[in-house]
Design a protein around this ligand. Structure first.
Ligand code: PSU
Ligand code: MN
Length: 311
């Protein structure tokens, strides 16, 4: 996708240089920092994520919107501004970009908006915690994250620990199948369940190394495919107790229903419920898994750029 002259998207200097030199770049989203985690954790995590990407040999490109300008490669101070002013910062999915730009808003980008912007400037690898998916009760509400269709139409390899456990995991996998988005387990044949390593669902494909992931993605794109999900489970030592997880989840879903929470507010509501009820354990597994995903994404981006077939 090329951006038209009406859409302004700025590229950070370091990202621009890296792209010109064919160096590996990894896109990072801001919704998880601004609307998914408590502010204290988020500020540190934003910087840690960039450091992990660099340690893996790639250049980080954190994506968001500042005063209506979409930016691929935000400066540290800009990421901080989004985190600090979170109340005024919009959660931007693909449908929101144009309106937020016209209104000169500050915005944090979801996976959908992040891959759309990143791929438009030539960055195809992205890391996050968990992608959005089909919500429980979607049969009545039709609540399915735009992340899924964005993956279907955007050339992007997203490294994530599955989808948040607060979603309907089997339905999400069915939708990805329908949309032609391959899901590969990174060194596992189980689909991860975000805070836990096994969601109870299997994956069709498994890769054992960053090079294998890169080869699968490049071949997928070669056959006309677009997005791909590389599912990397939370590191073992940071996994949440699966029994605690199941209980907190059931309570949270009940509370959300009672409070009449719907649409884009469901994810932030349940994530903060988890943080509160597990006294931060969910936050530390969330942080650990996102960092691990950033490291894997950097290695895959390096393997893709080494292939000479672009970023
Ligand atoms: N993963 C997290 N925390 C988050 C999200 C993902 O660990 O806050 C965000 C991502 O930005 C994802 C979005 O794209 O939630 C999905 O929101 P929705 O279901 O409204 O599309
Ligand atoms: Mn939704």
């Amino acid at each position: 996708m090329a951006l038209s002259e009406h859409a302004s998207c700025a590229i950070g200097d370091e990202v621009r240089e890296a792209l010109a030199e064919g160096k590996a770049v990894v896109a990072l989203e801001t919704t998880l920092l601004v609307h998914g985690l408590p502010a204290d954790e988020a500020a540190t995590l934003g910087e840690q994520l960039e450091a992990v990407v660099r340690a893996g040999g790639a250049v980080p490109a954190t994506v968001g919107m500042i005063d209506g300008v979409a930016v691929v490669g935000l400066a540290t101070a800009e990421v901080r501004r989004l985190i600090e002013r979170r109340e005024q910062v919009a959660k931007l999915s693909t449908r929101d970009l144009g309106f937020a730009a016209a209104a000169r808003r500050d915005g944090a980008t979801t996976v959908a908006a992040t891959i759309s912007l990143a791929s438009a400037v030539g960055v195809r690898v992205m890391a996050t915690g968990g992608i959005g998916g089909v919500h429980l009760g979607a049969k009545e509400t039709f609540d399915e994250s735009a992340d899924l269709v964005a993956l279907a139409r955007t050339e992007a390899l997203v490294v994530a620990s599955g989808v948040k456990s607060i979603l309907d995991v089997p339905a999400t996998l069915e939708r990805l199948d329908t949309l032609g988005v391959p899901v590969a387990g990174y060194r596992t044949d189980r689909f991860p369940g975000f805070y836990v390593r096994d969601s109870g669902c299997a994956v069709a494909w498994m890769v054992a190394s960053p090079a294998e992931a890169a080869a699968a993605f490049l071949n997928h794109v070669g056959f006309g495919g677009k997005g791909m999900l590389l599912a990397n489970p939370v590191p073992e030592r940071s996994e949440m107790d699966p029994a605690v997880h199941a209980q907190v989840l059931a309570d949270g879903l009940h509370d959300a229903m009672e409070a009449g929470i719907s649409g884009a507010d469901v994810t932030p509501f349940l994530l903060s419920h988890f943080a509160e009820k597990t006294e931060g354990t969910s936050v530390s597994s969330n942080v650990a898994l996102v960092l691990d995903n950033a490291g894997v994404a950097a290695q895959v981006a390096v393997a893709i750029s080494a292939s000479g077939l672009g970023n």
